[in-house]
Design a protein around this ligand. Structure first.
Ligand SMILES: [Fe+2]
Length: 439
């Protein structure tokens, strides 16, 4: 049920459905999300909005918040966190459990999954619509004609709207591309990833849109490289490599002559193959010399490439991709790579995460046919501050329960020797996860 509340009455755990008042006063670009951090809470309470609608089926309601926010006397941040863990574990989780159990009994589908399915259908229609426009854009570039940038702006805007409704729908759809549609779907995928990433970083709405346009246009210079080279299995000769390395410059020259190209798109086109240690191309820029757009683009471009089936390599799952990309020292901005993972709600193997069950766990890999489920080994109860017998929980995409709340810090929980504890948990004999199996 939707409930209207005042900004000062919001609490962590509430699910925001809509903000009231002028759009310009909104503290967040997105509309639908669960309030999970103190920073989000402060931004809403300090904003100029008149009120907001919360959905008490997807988060806590005003009364539950009242009970859960009894005055805390201890200044110890660890105790505060425990109280919040209790709140997730005892107030919200049983309610969602009950809701899911009854939904399954009735043969019904939980609302979040139904809206995800609806957005998947809309995303499919949108991708079909983009096919012609992006293919035409590449064809015009092949003939040396200027790019019709206004068409790309329109597409980026539609893709942004889909991301706002449900980011996972479009992003999951374009990741599963056939080999012969890689060129245009890679552009759409990088556009969607850039928009989602930029929104997660809470960039200005105009920057978010420009990042999307930049994603659509970033590889336009590939029209200067032969398909034989682009699709060649195995290694490239020096001459072929030289040809590939010319595509950022070729694309940049083309976009410079295309009226209306956003500056961010020019920047991303030229710099998306630069690396943080200076070993990339074409400029060999490093560290702070690289703009935010260049660092974001490098991550989105590689992530989509390695999670797609290519003529020379099978796709990695999102979890595998993040795990491998974190090992490529000097390639990406490591802090930004973590933010990217957060933007998608995926985590590299070995990451400590908090679950909606009120537990801490370690991500141990992917599972499931679609390769989208993530397996988390829960080992610590945040309510009792005690270790539990390790249990593997399969976290399905877009499931309401159990779900990953976010990454957590071993330092915060004062684990004496995190490396030793992690090793012990990962080496443990595992009990069957009866709880997750029931969902
Ligand atoms: Fe490229």
């Amino acid at each position: 049920m939707l409930v209207r509340i005042e900004p000062q009455d919001v609490e962590i755990g509430m699910f925001v459905h809509a903000f009231e008042g002028s759009w310009f006063d909104h503290p967040f670009w997105r509309r639908y999300f669960r309030i999970e951090t103190q920073e989000q809470l402060d931004r809403i309470r300090n904003s100029a909005i008149d009120g907001l609608l919360i959905d008490d089926q997807l988060g806590i309601g005003p009364r539950a918040a009242l009970q859960a926010t009894e005055p805390e006397r201890s200044p110890d941040p660890r105790r505060k966190r425990v109280a919040r863990g209790r709140f997730w574990g005892e107030a919200m989780a049983p309610r969602t459990r009950t809701r899911f159990a009854s939904a399954q009994k009735d043969g019904d589908v939980p609302r979040s999954r139904r809206s995800y399915a609806i957005e998947c259908r809309r995303a499919k229609q949108l991708v079909d619509r983009t096919r012609g426009a992006v293919t035409d854009m590449f064809e015009a570039a092949r003939l040396g004609r200027a790019v019709e940038v206004k068409h790309m702006v329109r597409l980026a805007s539609l893709i942004g709207a889909s991301i706002e409704r449900d980011a996972k729908a479009l992003i999951n759809l374009v990741r599963l591309k056939e080999k012969d549609e890689y060129t245009y779907l890679h552009s759409v995928a990088v556009c969607a990833l850039m928009i989602n990433f930029a929104r997660h970083l809470e960039l200005d709405p105009q920057e978010v849109e420009d990042m999307g346009v930049a994603g659509l246009l970033h590889d336009v210079g590939k029209v200067a490289v032969s398909d034989d080279i682009l699709n060649k299995p195995g290694g490239l000769s020096k001459g072929e490599m030289r040809s590939v390395r010319e595509h950022p410059g070729a694309g940049h020259r083309l976009l410079e002559n295309s009226p209306g190209t956003p500056a961010l798109a020019l920047e991303l086109c030229l710099r998306h193959h630069e690396k943080i240690d200076g070993s990339g191309y074409p400029g060999g820029l490093k560290g702070e010399e690289l703009s935010l757009a260049a660092r974001m683009g490098a991550i989105c471009d590689v992530y989509d490439a390695v999670t797609s089936n290519r003529p020379y390599k099978a796709a990695w799952t999102p979890c595998e991709a993040l795990t491998e990309m974190r090992k490529w020292e000097g390639h990406f901005d490591p802090a930004l790579l973590d933010r990217f993972a957060d933007s998608l709600g995926i985590y590299a193997s070995g990451t400590l995460v908090r679950l909606s069950t009120g537990e801490l766990g370690i991500v141990i890999g992917s599972a499931g046919e679609a390769g989208e489920d993530v397996v988390v080994r829960a080992f610590f109860d945040c309510n009792t501050l005690a270790e539990i017998d390790p249990v593997d929980r399969a976290i399905a995409p877009s499931a309401e329960y159990p779900r990953i709340i976010g990454r957590d810090s071993p330092t915060f929980w004062r684990f004496a020797d995190w490396d030793v504890l992690r090793h012990r948990v990962l080496a443990a004999n595992i009990l069957p996860d009866a709880e997750s199996d029931s969902h």
